[in-house]
Design a protein around this ligand. Structure first.
Ligand SMILES: Nc1ncnc2c1ncn2[C@@H]1O[C@H](COP(=O)(O)OP(=O)(O)O)[C@@H](O)[C@H]1O
Ligand SMILES: [Mg+2]
Length: 244
């Protein structure tokens, strides 16, 4: 069967990150070349301290590299200012963190509204409808007006997923999204992430040290000593996705 042309959405060239700690230089990432295509699901694994979060931060335009290039959705983000990168993030990506990172004084609805309020074409009525719709899709109809402190960890992560997806981003980055959750809740959140990714056709880049979760992605990459190794095993989720 002929393959459809795959469009590259993230590309790095000789990407390096160096962290200066007092008089020591720590080479966290060493000359990484990586290409991710649209709608791909990619897991990045590696032991604690291997640079997973550092790499994700660079791919998601949160940080600036020491050396090399990062191209995200057609933008050369390695040569941009923080202000320019913020705009690229707002228009192209969603981010889900291990610690949820919700604003504690805002309701679930207002947390999900937040990224849309930062967009230039913000209109309250439309945005509210989108936010409510997304909260419904992640199973939080009853909890919309509640603040994070009365929500369970799983519910907070659902809010965070709704916030990451409400702007219809091209890429969703998730850094150990189930790391703070109990086993059963973690399973639910994993399912939700994959289901939403599947339904919305986004690219998913997921950092995890959970091998089972990584195995559900189409592609698995491993960080070791600052180098990125490909260790892909094809699996059920990717087959499901390719059938669509
Ligand atoms: N801001 C920082 N200051 C000092 N060291 C840091 C900083 N950020 C990361 N590091 C170090 O860089 C390495 C990689 O960190 P990180 O990317 O968080 O790893 P991982 O997410 O795989 O656990 C670790 O040794 C960590 O201690
Ligand atoms: Mg980390």
């Amino acid at each position: 069967m002929p393959q459809l042309a795959e469009k590259t959405i993230i590309q790095t060239q000789k990407l390096s990150q160096v962290i200066q700690i007092h008089d020591q230089r720590l080479h966290v990432l060493k000359s990484i070349d990586l290409k991710i295509v649209e709608k791909e699901q990619v897991a990045i694994t590696g032991r604690s301290g291997s640079g997973k979060s550092t790499l994700l931060g660079l791919l998601a335009a949160l940080d600036q590299p020491f050396d090399g290039e990062v191209h995200l959705c057609g933008h050369a983000i390695h040569s941009m200012t923080e202000e320019q990168r913020a705009k690229v993030r707002l228009e192209n990506i969603g981010f889900v963190f291990q610690s949820f990172q919700l604003l504690p004084h805002l309701s679930a609805l207002d947390n999900v509204l937040l990224p849309m309020r930062l967009q230039s074409a913000y209109r309250y009525t439309e945005a509210k409808e989108k936010a409510q719709n997304m909260l419904e899709r992640v199973g939080l109809v009853r909890q919309m007006s509640q603040t994070p402190k009365v929500l369970s960890g799983g519910e907070q992560q659902r809010v965070a997923i709704a916030r990451a997806l409400v702007t219809e981003p091209k890429v969703v980055f998730a850094d150990e999204p189930t790391g703070n959750l109990d086993q059963d809740t973690a399973k639910e959140i994993e399912q939700l992430l994959f289901q939403m990714n599947h339904e919305l056709g986004t690219t998913l880049v997921l950092v995890t040290h959970d091998q089972k979760l990584a195995a559900q992605c189409q592609r698995q990459l491993q960080l070791e000593d600052g180098n990125l190794l490909e260790s892909t095993h094809r699996n059920a989720v990717s087959d499901l996705k390719m059938d669509v």
